[in-house]
Design a protein around this ligand. Structure first.
Ligand SMILES: NC(=O)c1ccc[n+]([C@@H]2O[C@H](COP(=O)([O-])OP(=O)(O)OC[C@H]3O[C@@H](n4cnc5c(N)ncnc54)[C@H](OP(=O)(O)O)[C@@H]3O)[C@@H](O)[C@H]2O)c1
Length: 307
């Protein structure tokens, strides 16, 4: 079953005082499932918000409380929050992302949630042409206005995104349009560790944390790491924006997402706008463990790129 390896194999649903639980939205996604697993392992009272009965059943089978909730449906979020006093809010890229963020914040406010941790993004900007940098910036603003206590996490690009390029990588090419721009890729495991820390400790209220991996890499550097770990040569292929767009479309991506990615890799990575070339040691400072490197990520996920 998907992601089951992350959960405790033998446990029962633990009972915790009503009104003191942590609701995790996005609980079946990359960050959320890792966060739920970590909170659960550490004995914190966590509730996974899910959209499908089989997801709820999967969590419950692993001893983790789960409830129905959809950011599209405000009443369902209100219901999911009933026994909670903290919330991890994550919205996904899409045309309704801004609305989903507002729904989450409003439901938290109505439920009297003590602390909301919002998974925003490092390049959040209300004027950005990149939809998934624009929408979270609006949610950040609503959160600051309407929530008594909040923390905002601003991660850089996820190492897990590299899997989206697995098809060309297996052919020996890593196509990009970032030129010599640099990026401090981060592992979602590190984001989840930070989220768990700020949700379960005091002192993070009103803070905005930029989270990055431990090294700034050009796309050629990434190709070198791929070559070293995968034992076959991978070269970085720089494409001008319009060609990169066509390559993304040929790979099956819709034009809305492809256009956003072209903007992101040109404006944020190639040109370094909106903190695209930022590197921080915040993961290490907050969790006591250094952020994982691209090399470590690739070694662990070699199978995803195996020919
Ligand atoms: N990728 C990057 O490089 C990057 C960098 C910075 C920030 N971010 C931000 O990170 C977030 C994505 O995190 P992720 O990779 O962990 O996500 P993910 O793996 O794509 O998972 C998305 C989660 O959101 C849930 N979801 C989707 N629609 C929902 C709805 N209407 N109501 C409630 N839940 C819903 C999904 O549930 P189902 O299983 O039901 O679909 C799933 O649990 C986005 O906000 C993105 O902008 C990404």
């Amino acid at each position: 079953m998907r992601n089951s390896y992350l959960f405790l194999k033998e446990s029962r649903i633990m009972s915790h005082p009503v009104g003191q639980k942590i609701l995790v939205t996005g609980s079946t996604g990359d960050i959320g499932r890792r966060l739920v697993a970590q909170l659960s392992r550490d004995g914190h009272p966590v509730v996974a918000m899910c959209r499908k009965p089989e997801q709820i059943a999967d969590f419950e089978q692993h001893g983790i409380e789960a409830v129905f909730g959809d950011l599209e449906k405000p009443a369902s979020i209100a219901k999911a929050l009933q026994a909670c006093d903290r919330m991890f809010l994550l919205t996904v890229a899409g045309r309704a992302q801004q609305e989903h963020g507002r729904h989450g914040v409003e439901a938290a406010q109505a439920a009297g949630i003590r602390h909301v941790v919002h998974l925003s993004t490092g390049d959040a900007n209300p004027n950005s042409p990149i939809p998934w940098a624009n929408a979270p910036a609006h949610t950040d603003a609503v959160l600051k206005q309407r929530s008594g206590s909040w923390t905002i996490l601003r991660p850089s690009a996820f190492m897990q995104n590299l899997v989206q390029s697995a098809v060309p990588i297996k052919k020996g090419v890593f196509p990009q349009t970032a030129g010599r721009g640099v990026l401090a890729w981060i592992d979602t495991e590190d984001i989840a560790r930070v989220a768990a820390t700020v949700l379960t400790n005091e002192g993070h209220e009103g803070k905005e944390y930029y989270l990055t991996g431990p090294e700034l890499l050009t796309m050629s550097d990434v190709a070198s790491h791929l070559t070293a770990v995968l034992n076959y040569p991978v070269r970085h292929l720089h494409l001008p924006g319009p060609l990169f767009f066509l390559a993304l479309r040929a790979g099956g991506l819709d034009s809305w997402t492809a256009r956003g990615l072209v903007h992101q890799f040109i404006d944020v990575v190639r040109k370094g706008h909106d903190f695209g070339d930022l590197i921080t040691d915040t993961v290490h400072v907050l969790t006591g463990t250094p952020a994982r490197s691209v090399r470590e990520y690739l070694v662990e996920n070699r199978a995803a790129f195996a020919r």
